[in-house]
Design a protein around this ligand. Structure first.
Ligand code: IMP
Length: 406
């Protein structure tokens, strides 16, 4: 019996959905612990594409208990739409549970995001009302799923700058999810006591963490293992594997510093080849080289035990692959990771130039069968981050994944 966690090590969109889908057969329970419908996980299975925003992507494995933990903020409209879409695609929901302690994202929160994004304070949010919903939670003015079980819920919603139609809509939407609502803290502990394996499914990435990320260009929750314990009620001591997911290059959506960003034709090429457009918003993602100072920082905070490198195939055919290895300001190499966005904007990156490979790598199943340059690239990253690589993904297909023994 074990509890493992999957974490995005960059600015989100690392390919966590594919990895969760691949690993789910080893677990009897998958739980989301933070974020909301700002997340977008795509899973491709037998040529069918599933898009997940709130529902844990592990639900695509029949029989897996799929839980939305209380650390998630839940937009009821998005959840119901997602459930309906997945039902039509053949996914079943008997094993789906929603925490009664989770807070809801209301239409007013989305309006607040939109208002902010129209000002000079814009940070490039997904516009899903995530920040305002977490703000209300911390300010102790939020509405929880459990509040819908109270008699005064209509009055409470009416105090929230919602129209009468919106209040009715929230009440109707809640009735759709009512059958899934339960005390997920007890459920998860019971699942663990019964000897079943649990996977915590992170959303976003460490560089979007409210404390550790590039503040204020961050989301409002913590994708780290600390966030995992907070958002599920499972204690830190039960955590076993901490799987850090990263792309073979870097992407970011929204505003904020990005030291290894490529603003030239090569950045466009990575975007086109890697289909780097947001699952949630469709926005083009900014693309750049792999960034070792950033990855070392993220792996250190999370205590990552193994790496999963996604989208290595996107780098095939790039003549020289660059990897950022140190940051400097005014010629002085930095030790820790800068806490201020203004400092990060100023850093100069020292790059290692590594030879690329031309051969396609899809379908290769052994590390030793990869082109020599690809093997050298992986070894360089492994040494640079200081964590062994366990998985390498070479296409969106779940079969195109190399697995190494540690
Ligand atoms: P929010 O989470 O919508 O408030 O957005 C805050 C920042 O996090 C913005 O830069 C978003 O683009 C980014 N963000 C939020 N969710 C994701 C995600 O799932 N992938 C990538 N970026 C995200």
């Amino acid at each position: 019996m074990f509890v493992d966690i999957i974490i995005g090590l960059q600015w989100g969109d690392e390919g966590k959905g594919k990895l969760v889908d691949l690993l789910t057969p080893e677990y009897q329970c998958v739980v989301r612990y933070q974020g909301g419908d700002n997340a977008g996980h795509t899973v491709v299975r037998d040529d069918q594409k599933f898009k997940f925003h709130l529902v844990p992507s592990g639900i695509s494995n029949p029989g897996t208990l799929a839980v939305i933990g209380h650390g998630v903020v839940v937009n009821l409209q998005s959840l119901v739409t997602e459930i309906d879409t997945l039902l039509k695609q053949g996914i079943t929901f008997e094993n789906f549970r929603l925490s009664d302690r989770a807070f809801v994202v209301l239409p007013v929160h989305k309006r607040e995001d939109a208002k902010r994004e129209a000002t000079s304070d814009a940070i490039g949010t997904t516009g899903r009302g995530i920040g305002p919903a977490y703000r209300d939670k911390v300010a102790r003015t939020g509405i929880r799923i459990a509040d819908f079980l109270e008699e005064d819920i209509r009055a409470r919603l009416s105090n929230k700058e919602l129209t009468a139609e919106e209040v009715d809509e929230q009440l109707t939407l809640f009735e759709r999810v009512r059958p899934y609502v339960c005390d997920t803290v007890s459920l998860l502990h019971k699942t663990r006591k019964e000897g079943r394996n649990i996977l915590m499914e992170g959303a976003q990435g460490v560089m979007l963490d409210i404390d550790f990320g590039t503040y204020p260009y961050v989301t409002s929750s913590s994708p780290t293992p600390g966030g995992g314990c907070l958002g599920t009620g499972l204690p830190p001591g039960c955590l076993n594997r901490v799987i850090g997911v990263m792309k073979a290059y870097t992407t970011r959506v929204g505003l904020g510093p990005f030291p290894t960003e490529l603003t030239d034709a090569l950045g466009d090429r990575l975007r086109e080849k890697g289909l780097e457009f947001g699952t949630t918003t469709g926005r083009p993602r900014r693309c750049g080289w792999m960034d070792l100072p950033q990855l070392r920082y993220a792996a250190m905070i999370c205590g990552v035990t193994e790496l999963a490198i996604m989208k290595l195939d996107v780098l095939s055919d790039v003549e020289t692959i660059r990897v950022g290895r140190t940051y400097a300001i005014d010629g002085k190499v930095l030790d820790g990771y800068p806490s201020r966005a203004s400092m990060l904007e100023k850093v100069t990156v020292d790059y290692a130039d590594l030879p690329g490979w031309r051969e396609p790598i899809e379908g290769i199943r052994e590390r030793s069968k990869l082109p020599r340059a690809a093997q050298d690239y992986l070894a360089f990253v492994e040494r640079g981050v200081g964590v062994p690589i366990r998985y390498v993904s070479t296409s969106p297909d779940r079969d195109d994944t190399l697995k190494f023994d540690l």
